[in-house]
Design a protein around this ligand. Sequence first.
Ligand code: FMN
Length: 267
Amino acid sequence: MSLVTIDHTTCRRDGICSAVCLMGLFEVDGEGFPAFRADGDQRCIACGHCVAVCPKGAVHHEALPLEESPLLDQTLAVSVPALNQLLKGRRSVREFREEPVPEELVREAIDAARWAPSAVNRQPVHWLVIQTPAEVRRLAGLVVDYLRQSSKLEPRYALFIEQWDQGKDPILRNAPHLVVIHAPDDWIWSSVDGAIALTQFELAAVANGIGTCWAGFLMRAANGHPPLREALGIPGDHSVFGALMYGFPCYQYHRVPPRQAARVEWR
Ligand SMILES: Cc1cc2nc3c(=O)[nH]c(=O)nc-3n(C[C@H](O)[C@H](O)[C@H](O)COP(=O)(O)O)c2cc1C
């Protein structure tokens, strides 16, 4: 049985499943119906384009059942001004309320990030959600330990260490929660796939009123400081490719600060 079969009773023979297949895995049979190539099972990357594009639901992919491929609600199109406001109005939040973010909202954002593009649809990202503020604080302390060790190399770290010693948290900003993503080292696109997935998470979270900030220091320390790596439980053949502190923001932003003009060469 082929991985992909076509329902001839509903197929319109319009060829669009074939047109969108990036691997070119469809042929046309003697009656004009698309037919999955004999070597398709080995070459298909299960991106689901053939299933998603067919208006008649005539494409049946064994790994991507129609029941798990809901119809898009065409009335829910995002307005361009609203999307631009989300993109431009997002700010890195560094002051958080103590009130915990309900797990359900975080699940929703992680779920949205599952549809982020990934090279050859590998979807390599693993998620680690640190839910308790005490654990976030402990991890920040381990980052500070790392900075103390590196302070000879990077003098600017001294300021952060000083703040930490005064009881402040310049690393994870007393955020109540932290999300970390890691992925296999032997996949060349892990860093790109990871950054895209976490960006998609971030936008979904912000749309739900959650404040986020990339945790660059923790990301660096996670791959360079074994005690932190161990505390996070990162598998030996994985690296950390992104981390975001998050929580409900203390303050609302009212304006969009200017940014540099885009450096674009039009050809
Ligand atoms: C990879 C990366 C690492 C970052 N690391 C930190 C960090 O460790 N601490 C922090 O406060 N902000 C961090 N930021 C946030 C940037 O400082 C912030 O994006 C920038 O100042 C622009 O502000 P905006 O995000 O509010 O537009 C990081 C951002 C990125 C993309």
